[in-house]
Design a protein around this ligand. Structure first.
Ligand SMILES: Cc1cc2nc3c(=O)[nH]c(=O)nc-3n(C[C@H](O)[C@H](O)[C@H](O)COP(=O)(O)OP(=O)(O)OC[C@H]3O[C@@H](n4cnc5c(N)ncnc54)[C@H](O)[C@@H]3O)c2cc1C
Length: 425
């Protein structure tokens, strides 16, 4: 229940905003457009509340993770609040009465804010539209750089609301100003001041290994104090400041066990950064780490568990396995599925862990020869009924979504299905 409190709070804030406007309505100015202006201002206020929630979530507040179910889920909420604000912006624009003969500074600011937000948000919602790709260079880093300007248009939007001749609603306007302050402070923290407060911890690359032809295992040792004690299954953000192409902060699961005195991340070469890393990262290079984040933790699940890893999604499970010491307290069926034998990594270690922990059953699956894994098969192996099992999944989004649907059909309660989001856009 605790992990739903974050989203619940946002819904309550939205409802409260409407209530504040209804309980403390603006003074009727007798204008024929009064009702439209009133509704338009309620919509504009909701827009500011939702955007300030989005900006707040972008600060990556570690303390808030338990209330959302982890940082990856906070990003999902961020995406939802941003999308809702984006849609509300259009409805607000269509609702408020605008005089085309007497345009004021506030109207121009509204236009700047509107166009700026559209230019930034559209490439996120529709990344495949060719002319929008030009704004981002069709890369994540390009998209991230563009995204950085969103706060400026948020502030412009709010100044617009102060400079137009709005309705006289003292309480409601002050209520909304609280969110403007939260949103602006969050934005400034993310883009300017955060670097002075956040913990960026210096590490050195101790070793670089290649468990197969497309994967890099990076072993990292703290230069002084390591990052805060982490749990198995958490992730970090890492960048390598001395190599220009690797000086971008990217998220990776910590694949080592929490008791190891080094950190290991296991990275599949999939795009510009990860491919460059595969060919160019060397032992002795500097690394900067932020973390650990995430709530993907099998120890909080029930006695009977099913783990499903697809491809590089094996990394949190490697961390789980490296955390066991022959004393696994749950009964686990672990399915690790890859297309070909050459793609599978650390199979010997997984099989050795299964020998050492009698309650862990490892099922390594090569889909090109064995066929695709199905929930029916998982159910059969588990004795038929899996409605009381806890499921942990990590892998490509379409795979996770398809399995989630099938597990729900197999009567596994939604609350028992846990997965790691590998996409922060
Ligand atoms: C919580 C989490 C844990 C992850 N753990 C692992 C892991 O253990 N091993 C692994 O190989 N991969 C992991 N990933 C995925 C990894 O972060 C991306 O594959 C990598 O950042 C891709 O970068 P790229 O430039 O090579 O590829 P690109 O082609 O530029 O990016 C591919 C996609 O990766 C995502 N991405 C790219 N850059 C970033 C960034 N800076 N921040 C957030 N997302 C980004 C975007 O969705 C993008 O569309 C994890 C992702 C998340 C969110």
């Amino acid at each position: 229940m605790k992990h739903k409190l974050g989203n619940f709070t946002i819904i309550v804030l939205v409802i409260l905003t409407v209530l504040v406007w209804l309980i403390f309505p603006p003074i009727d100015n007798g204008s024929e457009n009064f009702t439209r202006a009133y509704v338009g201002e309620i919509l504009g206020s909701l827009l500011i509340v939702l955007m300030s929630c989005s900006l707040f979530l972008s600060t990556r507040p570690k303390w808030a993770e338990p209330y959302f179910g982890g940082l990856d889920k906070m990003y999902l909420t961020h995406r939802k609040t941003s999308t809702s604000a984006f849609l509300l912006m259009f409805v607000h624009l269509l609702t408020v009465p605008i005089s085309t003969t007497n345009l004021r500074l506030g109207n121009y600011l509204a236009m700047i804010s509107f166009l700026g937000i559209v230019a930034i948000v559209l490439p996120t919602l529709a990344p495949r539209i060719p002319f929008l790709n030009k704004l981002t260079g069709n890369t994540y880093e390009g998209w991230k750089k563009l995204h950085r300007f969103i706060g400026i248009f948020f502030i412009t939007g709010f100044i617009h609301s102060l400079t137009i001749k709005g309705l006289d609603a003292f309480v409601a306007i002050n209520w909304v100003q609280i969110f403007f302050i939260i949103g602006t402070a969050s934005y400034l923290y993310t883009e300017v001041f955060g670097q002075f407060f956040k913990k960026y911890v210096p590490y050195t690359v101790e070793a670089v290994n290649h468990p197969n032809g497309a994967t890099t295992e990076v072993v990292l040792r703290a230069k002084k104090d390591p990052i805060q004690k982490q749990r198995a299954g958490q992730f970090l953000f890492v960048r390598f400041p001395k190599e220009k192409a690797l000086d971008e902060s990217h998220p990776f699961t910590i694949s080592s066990g929490p008791r190891e005195d080094v950190l290991r991340v296991t990275i599949k070469a999939s795009g510009d950064f990860t491919r460059h890393l595969f060919g160019n990262l060397k032992a002795g290079m500097d690394a900067v780490i932020e973390g650990a984040y995430g709530m993907f933790d099998y120890k909080t699940g029930g006695q009977k568990q099913i783990w499903v890893a697809g491809g590089i999604g094996v990394t949190p499970f490697l961390s789980f396995i490296r955390d066991m010491d022959g004393n696994l307290a749950q009964d686990v069926d672990f399915y690790y599925t890859v297309r070909h034998r050459e793609e599978a990594i650390f199979v010997d270690e997984i099989e050795a862990a299964a020998k050492k922990n009698p309650r862990l059953k490892a099922h390594i699956r090569y889909s090109s020869t064995d066929g695709s894994l199905t929930v029916d098969e998982i159910m059969k192996n588990a004795g038929g009924n899996i409605s009381g099992h806890h499921v942990y999944m990590c892998g490509p989004l379409p795979m996770v979504q398809a399995f989630e649907k099938n597990f729900l059909e197999a009567k596994v309660p939604a609350a028992n299905i846990h997965y790691e989001e590998f996409n922060f856009r």
